[in-house]
Design a protein around this ligand. Structure first.
Ligand code: SF4
Length: 95
């Protein structure tokens, strides 16, 4: 079994009044859809994404293109479909 690769860390990040500051950027905590993504990094009580400071915004446009756990596909009607990469059981249950 392949070892889980640490994609990035939040080394040097500091908690400020505005939020978690990392490399001069305020990081927002991850959103529910990020759960399962290998890029999620826990920091103190919260989880953050070193790849994207505002995960909620990333998902507002469909599927996060940095996600390691899901992949977006556009179906014939032009709708974005989210394909879980590992959860084949869930996919089988779908519509
Ligand atoms: S890469 Fe995307 S899905 Fe993964 S934690 Fe960051 S924002 Fe969330």
């Amino acid at each position: 079994m392949a070892k889980k690769v640490v994609v990035a860390s939040l080394e040097g990040a500091v908690k400020t009044d505005e939020g978690l500051k990392y490399k001069g950027v305020i990081m927002e905590p991850i959103v529910e859809k990020c759960e399962g993504c290998e890029r999620v990094v826990p920091f103190e009580e919260e989880k953050f994404c070193p790849s994207y400071a505002q995960p909620a915004r990333k998902w507002a446009h469909g599927v996060c293109n940095f996600a390691t756990h899901v992949r977006a596909a556009v179906d014939k009607e032009g709708k974005v479909k989210v394909n879980p990469l590992k959860a084949s059981k869930r996919a089988a249950r779908g519509r």
